[in-house]
Write a protein that binds this ligand. Structure first.
Ligand code: UDP
Ligand code: MG
Length: 318
């Protein structure tokens, strides 16, 4: 069997502080794997600069020249977000015809020594290999608890995600060709890969602290990722809205009937403005929440209908 060509795809957003170390370390890993006859010497690294405003692109360019094109890359015209950077990385890297592709963060928080294990699982027939982090020690309390709520919620909504899988993942050429058939603008990769079928496998790894720089996610961008994940994968919230509406109509119908009966038979209606205020407030709140949920889906539709490109490429180095 021919040795597989491996492409390592790295999304980078303002990673000038750590991208050099990361590229050097990954080149070392590729080198060792080539020497051990695990992968072909045509294997390469593919960086996606997601609209960085620091020196990230210049550094990628420098390694491109120094390594005789072993480091390739593209630069977006602006920041399009981590999911789009990963998608673009996979699609654009596939033009150089690798057999398998692994995505890894630019801060090397994910254990790069496990790449060989991913490739082994690929050789044993897995088309998608998910990296699963052993724990969340490096995450702060906020991230840990929101992640837990997100996974639990997705599970309740019927979307079975692999818990503690971030975007450290190997996919085969075949999977990328399948992914290209998905026209949606907003892709929630963890959900889509889980949903594709095919032979899957898992690699457990330890998370290290970030080498340099700060996290590129804000609480707002994490919330937006979570909402996209939910609204692009589950219509259960919309059903819940309809169900709440129905339930409320039935209840108010019965309240009306019983008030009528009370009036006719006892003539005794209790004056209670507090109850009314509470009920009004509650119903108002439920209505706003329901409208909000519908709005989220409408927003999702709005973006899909426009079907704008997921990203715009400004520069390429091959
Ligand atoms: N990233 C990106 N675009 C963004 C935000 C992040 O390409 O808009 C990249 C970032 O450079 C890194 C990866 O996505 O390679 C994960 O980001 P980060 O390490 O900041 O996230 P965390 O590990 O804190 O969840
Ligand atoms: Mg990180």
């Amino acid at each position: 069997m021919n040795l597989p060509v491996l492409a390592v795809v790295i999304p980078c957003y303002n990673e000038a502080d750590c991208i050099s170390d990361t590229i050097q370390r990954l080149l070392e890993v590729l080198n060792i794997m080539q020497k051990n006859n695990e992968i072909s010497d045509k294997s390469y690294i593919f960086c996606v600069d997601d609209g960085s405003i620091d020196k990230t692109w210049q550094l990628i360019d420098k390694y491109n020249k120094e390594t005789n094109l072993k480091v390739k890359g593209i630069r977006f015209s602006r920041n399009f977000g981590n999911q789009n950077a990963i998608i673009a990385g996979l699609f654009e890297a596939s033009k150089f015809e690798a057999d398998c592709y692994i995505t890894i963060d630019a801060d090397l928080q994910q254990d790069e020594n496990k790449i060989s294990e991913f490739v082994n699982k690929y050789k044993n027939g897995a088309q998608i290999v998910f990296g699963i982090r052993n724990d969340r020690k490096t995450d702060n309390f906020f991230k840990k608890s929101t992640a837990l709520v997100f996974y639990k919620l997705m599970n309740i909504l019927g979307v079975k995600l692999k818990v503690n899988h971030s975007d450290y993942r190997l996919v085969s050429k075949n999977i990328i060709e399948t992914l290209k058939k998905f026209p949606e603008t907003n892709m929630f990769l963890r959900g889509i890969f889980n949903d594709l079928g095919f032979n899957k496998d898992y690699v457990n790894f330890d998370v290290k602290p970030r080498k340099a720089g700060n996290t590129k996610f804000t609480p707002f961008s994490l919330l937006s990722l979570a909402l996209n994940g939910i609204t692009s994968f589950s219509i259960v919230p919309l059903r819940v809205v309809s169900f709440i509406g129905l339930l409320m109509s039935v209840i108010s119908f019965w309240v009306g009937i019983s008030a009528f009966i009370a009036k006719v038979f006892s003539g005794n209606v209790i004056p209670g403005w507090a109850t009314i205020v509470v009920a009004l407030g509650f119903i108002g709140g439920v209505q706003i929440l329901c409208t909000g949920i519908i709005g989220e889906y409408l927003g999702q539709l709005f973006q899909e209908v426009k079907s704008r490109p997921r990203y715009i490429i400004q520069d390429r180095i091959n």
